[in-house]
Write a protein that binds this ligand. Sequence first.
Ligand SMILES: Nc1nc2c(c(=O)[nH]1)N[C@H]1C(S)=C(S)[C@@H](COP(=O)(O)O)O[C@H]1N2
Ligand SMILES: [Mo]
Length: 558
Amino acid sequence: MRPEIGTREPLAFALFSPEHEGMTTAAPPGPTRAPAGPRHAPVWAAAFAGLAAGIVTVGVGALVAVVAGASTDPLVAVGSAFVDETPTWLKDFAASTFGTADKAVLMIGEVVVLAALAALAGVLAARRWVWGAAVVVVLGLVAMAAALGRPDASWTAMVPSLAGTVAGLWTLKALVDRLPREAARGTRRGATDGEVPGDRAGAAGPDRRRFLQAAGAATALGLVGVAVGRVAGAAGRAVTAVRDTIRLPAARVTAAPVPAGVQVEGVGPWATPPDDFYRIDTALVVPQVDPTTWTLRVHGLVEREVELTWDELLASDLVEAWVTLCCVSNPVGGDLVGNQKWLGLPVRELLARARPTGDADMVLSRSADGWTASTPLTALTDERDALLAVGMGGAPLPVEHGFPVRLVVPGLYGYVSATKWVTELEVTRFADATAYWTDRGWSPRGPVKTQSRIDVPRDGAQLDAGEVVVAGTAWAQHRGITRVQVQVDRGPWQDATLAESGGIDSWRQWSWRWTVDEPGRHELRVRAFDPDGPQTGAVADVVPDGATGYDFVQVSVG
Ligand SMILES: Nc1nc2c(c(=O)[nH]1)N[C@H]1C(S)=C(S)[C@@H](COP(=O)(O)O)O[C@H]1N2
Ligand SMILES: [Mo]
């Protein structure tokens, strides 16, 4: 069935009636007859017109966003609003693990939905211009609202969506006016000259060609706009260039040298290369924060507001510390955890300048893109190395990891402490304010739970009988790992050998020699101890405050 759209019939009829019932009765069979009665635009052509107009909208939006800022790109703005406004969806997919793949899936889904709506706009516009135009305007308004609703938005944020909408409307009008209007030709059986039904519009000749040329040109121009917008946008987001020119000062307090014995052979690197460091955030485009205009405002329940600039920060006494960062969404055995050397100003020194008042118990940190974390005040004022970090692994922070400045707090999950692209510290109370993930069902406080992981052998490995090295890592930031034990087939727990410690804020590798002569399947489990005792074996999901349970691998021997 290939329904066609007339200008009189009710839409539902036009869209859904079987073709052979015809929308006009006047047209006699036979493809070469002169049309009679109302002329119809084929649905495919109307849909194509809408799609082309949609692509022009997106292309113009992307181009204007090169100037207005990547977060104002209509697709990005709508996607970001979706991320923020859909708590249950995010929760169900445990999407605080918002990794790169999830972001790609989101954008693809958005493009598919938008394409369908654009095609619908075309079909509607072919029938009544105002209906199609209304769809485009509503989509444009949604994009404008989404862009204006971004935390970092000024009024100019709406300009890309507005420009795109105007261009899209204009394109839609131009294409709808050029739609090939064909007479309905009666029944399928009436196509006597060997045409297949799907090819009937081919008889329309110049009309159809003109339309296809116009719609094709619009599509191509729109796609060029998207491509140029993306490339120019990426080039224009030149904080990478600024970052490359930065030379960080030496630390006043350097980290103690890392003992060679922290590393167990076969286990991943104790110091996670920044390029391999897991990345979790809600940002669809990485915020581009220029250090020369960056400031950090400390305000709220303080005796004195403090504003810090980049130069002042670099001129402060900076401290180096190795800290293992992990995500609350890390499942047992997962890899949303990494260890690095950070360089920054102890937050306690900054807060000491602001002097929090006695009733304060929380610091709500806020990023350039409006994300927030609630950190217990004590974790930022006690002796631990809670840092306003500028360096990671001896270099400025990578842009995805928070350039120019982020927080790193030993002992707390990232979602309550590790604000990247940080611009604000509001001293407040847990009773008075909530943070991004707290509003989405996660616990307001997020102390790291003691965890351990088996890295070798891999789950499902085939092993030869004899001696097998079982090894992995364990973490209990700011308490320290005191012991690791391994269990074979639910037998007695046996002490593993701990690698050397790189400090209680870093993870600790371990290994155990397993002599196995019994062929068949075996299960290995691990548990770690901190000074308070063993980690819990009770299985808990990541929501609302971190997964628990023992990591295990199953292997076959023989
Ligand atoms: N601005 C901002 N900072 C953020 C987040 C975010 O979504 N936005 N996610 C947090 C979470 S949940 C984690 S686990 C850590 C991850 O830091 P990383 O990406 O450098 O590993 O960043 C934290 N800081
Ligand atoms: Mo996280």
